[in-house]
Design a protein around this ligand. Sequence first.
Ligand code: ARG
Length: 588
Amino acid sequence: MLIDTLQDRLRAAVTQVVPEAQTARVLLRPCSNPAHGDYETTSLMGIAKERKQNPRALAEAVLAQLDVSEACETVQISGAGFLNFRLRESALGRVVAEAARHEHLFFSRAAAPRSVVIDFSAPNVAKPLHVGHIRSTFLGDSLARTFRALGHRVVTDNHIGDWGTQFGMLLLGWKSSLHPDALARDPIGEMERLYKEVNARCKEDPSARDLARAELVKLQAGDAENLGIWREMQRLSQSQFDTIYQRLGVRFDHTLGESFYNPRLPGLVEELAKLGIARESEGALAIFSDGASPPKDDPFLIHRDGEWQANPFIVRKSDGGFNYASTDLATLEYRSREWSPAEVLYVTDGRQQLHFRQLFAAYRRWHPEFTARVEHVWFGSILGEDGKPFKTRSGDTVKLAELLDEAEERALALVVAKNPDLPEAEQREIARRVGLGAVKYADLLPNRQSDYVFSWDKMLALNGNTAPYLQYAYTRTRSLQRKGVELPTATEIPEVLPLPTPAEQSLARHLLNFGFTLEAVVADYRPNFLCNYLYELAGRFSQFWENCPVLKTEDPALRASRMLLGDVTGRVLQQGLDLLGIETLDRM
Ligand code: ARG
């Protein structure tokens, strides 16, 4: 692809001037100010600084070695030592023609694929997937899709919460007040009811608490009956999770769950104690600060009452039980050994930030040889229109399945109003894609670290930065095919597509930035970059479609080229939406 070629040429020129320079760091990116050109590099500044050289002098020397004249109209030095590249119109037309021939879709697969483990969704057994898992599921899935599209090796692992003290109460409830009919109808709903009931009983009645505790101890000791019930709870929950994942088009390579690591925990914790990484404190075993980093960067310290105090990472509780922390240490050990990842991502809400900072620091102390990039990809909350955490009208947490039902219903009402004559099955299929797409997109569009207000009207609007708007733009790119107009075949496509008007050039320029956008998504773990890219693409497509007649154009070469430009735009929209987990339709 053109951009790879430009980048290679730039690196070669840098090597000519500075043979020892690490050229992997020399990057091209879209110009921050389009008035200066199409692409820029700011990487020469760093190299100049390291060598205590004048950056402009270095830029001039590199420029003298650079041969990109067939693709670029100009390459200019600007500012303190940037290089700005302006493409020739013919180079633009050539890249679009390649895409029209399906040689690429404006991005390249990684030359050096990385292994990336993505931990996302991770609901808990016997509890419904609720809004708290929505962002994790959508973000994680979209990141997995994007890494894969770029040619990386992705391992997705659903770290289900399937172990812990809640099972004492669940077992007690299961044995004392299970409604089998309700269980058959809605297993998670029934288990949730049991949990709430026993939890309330335990609050009032200490003997109930003892009974729950005894059930838990039996489970942990491997009692056959309790293990059997626990497995059944797991199985029933998993089958309900699977139904939702299927509906959302989300899949996992592994679902190991917390309990998978149980056998490893005693040995692991003992090892940490032996190595002096964890020590006894008030009956528990915990990891404390080793003083290696400044207090403000030390996750084992907390500033309280005007001083730095210990903020330990407990790996074994005072009752001898293991916990979320020890389990996550075992999980990272397993992932590291099994999949040798270059990156491990944890997609959860922002409230778990401290846990992950402590986990990563503790793990590096335990395994100093571990060099993978570990990242807590955290996100903010979903709020109701009142600005408070998103709840149902009766104040309950919103269940994901019910939310998706409502999305489809609302979309159906819109589709029926707009297209009353379509067959019902088609109306429903449109509503399904639009409804799910709207919910996903509304979730992926905001910066993940900010809270956002959940608004049906906003997310379903046909005008605005929404999934329905982009899905509609896609249907417009398909309008000629719908009329039965045939696209030129690969051999009929010229080497260079003519792009005579500003609207065509502006659209083509934006198409070329698709690859940069995908790289930015995986560098910062932010699918919102892709949302905004697609929104801009749809806007430029509209400009083109309204200003550049296709079928009414006399010149057959121009007519063909406009059809192809519309078609590749449609394919980028479709591919981009697919990376967000959103389906397109041919009409709506
Ligand atoms: N089950 C947890 C929750 O619902 C999320 C687990 C995230 N993954 C991890 N390895 N800790 O909050």
